[in-house]
Design a protein around this ligand. Structure first.
Ligand SMILES: [Zn+2]
Ligand SMILES: [Zn+2]
Length: 276
């Protein structure tokens, strides 16, 4: 089955790819299923209930998903294209320790199929701007990043998979910090994920960012496999047409070579296994 489990649309602050265009393009490329995973990043972005407070960056609102409109449009598209593609309701939650209560509240309000739990900021500091890394050594910011994820999953359970687990690599100006030095922390995270019946995603954007490794790295993927991890989703993290569905079939082959036998889709927060 050809599906994409990490897809952004105009409901994310960093995309203007119209949701219906995503659906049409996915159908045109032969996709059977798509899961929308637009951004929510409490701490640095506001909800739409106070639109007058929302700031804009490059013409895009620094705001979370407009929840009522989002679910309404998905419902409409699901019906309109029901004979052509399966559409799932997901979101990407950029959770930090101090924002957990807001996500718990949001999760309780809607019926989700799938939630990607990502670490996009720590202490409200972004990685892509280097605000988080500045003033810390490479060791310090790598350890602090994984510590935040470990702390969050100790307290927050409303998710399906961890998104782009080694995201910090993408924004590390010092190069890749050695896996061996982070192995204990990452092992601890993966053990918790597995024990809680959650999973991880493989994020094919590593190819378009020109990273040498997969996201997460092959070392992390092997570790997950060795620890008994089975739940894994595949997503492009697309924000525009040329990203949609990219490298997904190639990634299935990679996963097979790494010793995985299945990947997952989700319905109502439950994994469905498909042979690779
Ligand atoms: Zn993300
Ligand atoms: Zn994303």
């Amino acid at each position: 089955m050809f599906c994409d489990y990490h897809v952004h649309t105009n409901y994310s602050d960093d995309s203007d790819y119209l949701m219906e265009d995503v659906v049409k393009d996915a159908i045109a490329m032969g996709m059977q299923e798509i899961c929308f995973t637009d951004h929510v990043d409490y701490g640095i972005k506001l909800d739409w209930d106070e639109p007058e407070k929302i700031a804009y960056r490059d013409g895009m609102p620094l705001a979370n998903v407009n929840y009522p409109l989002y679910f309404k449009e998905i419902a409409h598209l699901k019906e309109k294209y029901q004979d052509q593609i399966v559409i799932k309701e997901g979101m990407e939650f950029g959770v930090q320790m101090h924002t957990i209560p807001q996500y718990e509240k949001l999760f309780a309000q809607y019926d989700f199929d799938f939630i990607i739990l990502s670490c996009h900021q720590v202490e409200d500091k972004e990685f892509w701007t280097q605000d988080f890394q500045r003033g810390r050594t490479q060791k310090e910011y790598n350890e602090r990043y994984y510590q935040e994820i470990r702390d969050v999953i100790e307290h927050y359970r409303d998710y399906s998979v961890l998104g782009h687990l080694d995201l910090i690599v993408r924004y590390d100006e010092e190069g890749v910090y050695p896996f061996d030095k982070l192995k204990d922390q990452i092992t601890d995270i993966l053990k918790k994920v597995i024990a809680d019946g959650k999973g991880i995603e493989i994020n094919t954007s590593s190819h378009r960012y020109g990273l040498k490794d997969l996201t997460p790295s092959r070392d992390i993927l092997r570790l997950y496999r060795d620890l008994g991890g089975k739940i894994i989703t595949i997503g492009s993290d697309s924000h525009k047409k040329e990203h949609l569905g990219a490298y997904i079939e190639k990634t299935k082959k990679e996963l097979k070579e790494l010793g995985f036998t299945h990947y997952c889709t989700f319905a109502k927060m439950e994994p469905i296994f498909h042979e690779l």
